[in-house]
Design a protein around this ligand. Sequence first.
Ligand SMILES: Cc1cc2nc3c(=O)[nH]c(=O)nc-3n(C[C@H](O)[C@H](O)[C@H](O)COP(=O)(O)OP(=O)(O)OC[C@H]3O[C@@H](n4cnc5c(N)ncnc54)[C@H](O)[C@@H]3O)c2cc1C
Length: 509
Amino acid sequence: MNNLNNEAIQLRASYDYIVIGSGSAGSIVASKLSANPNITVLLLEAGKSAASVADVWNPRQINCLYNDASIDWGYKTVPQVNMNNRVLDYSRAKMTGGCTSHNDMVYTRGAPADFNLWESEHGCVGWNYNNIVHNFENIEAALQPTQTIENEFAVSFIQACENMGIPYNSNYNSGENMFGVSPLQATINNKNIRETSFQTYITPNLERPNLDVLIYCNVQELIFNTYNKATGVNFVYNNTISYSVNINKEVILSAGAINTPAILMRSGIGDASKLKELGLQAIISDLPGVGQNLQDAIIFKGSWSTKQPIYNQPTNEGYVMAWSNMTQYQQPTTCIEMMRGTYVCGESEPELESHYSITGGAMRLKSIGSVILNSLSYIDAPIIDLNFYSNPNDMQQAIDAFNLMRALGNSAALAPWRNQELVPGPNVVTSEQIENWILQNSYSYSHASCTCKMGTDSDAVVDPDLRVKGVSGLRIADISIMPFITSGHTQGPAFMIGDKAAELIISNN
Ligand SMILES: Cc1cc2nc3c(=O)[nH]c(=O)nc-3n(C[C@H](O)[C@H](O)[C@H](O)COP(=O)(O)OP(=O)(O)OC[C@H]3O[C@@H](n4cnc5c(N)ncnc54)[C@H](O)[C@@H]3O)c2cc1C
């Protein structure tokens, strides 16, 4: 039964596979596994159906989707000690489609070197770019990301980049060097409607008799037998009724970078000494890496008023982006996104026309954070520490991004449009003022990842087949398995991981 209408739950006695989380990766895994009619699959989602949330589907409304407790886990970080103790919002979608239902829709594969280094430096055999490029092609064929159309303001912005030595690059996802200024690719279809993984991969298959999809089902923990084999899942429906469901083959955890490690830890998989301190005696696998290695990127935004209106833009999301300040491996450390408006919820058309914004992003941070449990209760939010700016390298990266953002915003090529710089503004001039501004205006890029990393070292949580170490019958398929963060936005890699996970599970069984 596919319960997207909040009716009474009916479960089979057991399922071949249970996928936890209907997000970016989980929807792909559940869809591909259930394509075989002889295999039964249960997809469990803690949140509601995104189908009825009108703002999800209108790309202009993305900034109205956050801070809504009915569709968001509503996480916050601990005070960031290197950022004047600021507590940062840490939005994560809680609805079908996961973060693809509320993210900014930018579509990026990442630099080929990211995946090559996963293999050469972390022992992730089978994950180099040549091995996984067909997974990107699979998901692009299904989701069909679109590219923003040329418009007058974007032409000026591209000119501004070219004048600063950043060349035009027609496709930053080509598998060649990302360096350059490019039209933005987005998971928006050609009718200007958001594409989500659930809508693309699950909705057309809801009638499959072997696929059950349940919403409002919050997974508490996994069940193991005495041989440490996963045998089932405990979840709570609608915050009230508890269920246990059995599996025949495997559980696939796709609950994202925050909740996948949290579910593992509640199930007795994590740093044994810390779990015991919380009162958990039944340790299933002592894996200190669970919840460690949290990685993300930093974003901040400048804005300028215009003297002539900016018309004819497809959405209020960015439509041109520049990748620059490349590493020796051709990974961009800076990402610049250009958009009209000041990027807030509810901006009217005249407001959108009378401003432009340029974001600066520091993409290859060395600061590493963590996700740990606050308590063993599934209701308690985990403790999230991004540890931003703990490594001095990251401030330099942010300054580089700031300087490029500001230089582009004030460039001669944009002079016909520009009235004046509003933010950072005239009081941010000296090095000290710039660093202070950066610390007060940096936010998470929302690219939480790497908290259950794949690899071969002692902190690795999954092997290159995505199997959780020390147990059987359990894999992870979401953004948490990245050994280190890719160079850019992370939904593309999450889709790729879902596609490759399905391939691995099917070929191993
Ligand atoms: C505000 C925001 C903007 C972003 N913008 C972009 C962008 O423009 N481009 C880009 O590439 N990336 C962007 N990202 C990042 C990107 O969307 C994510 O990295 C990616 O989608 C993560 O995919 P995932 O499969 O790991 O997890 P998710 O897509 O988060 O899916 C996890 C799913 O598991 C469910 N779940 C969690 N816990 C449980 C539980 N206990 N029981 C049952 N279900 C559970 C969740 O509700 C969710 O549906 C953005 C993210 C955010 C938050």
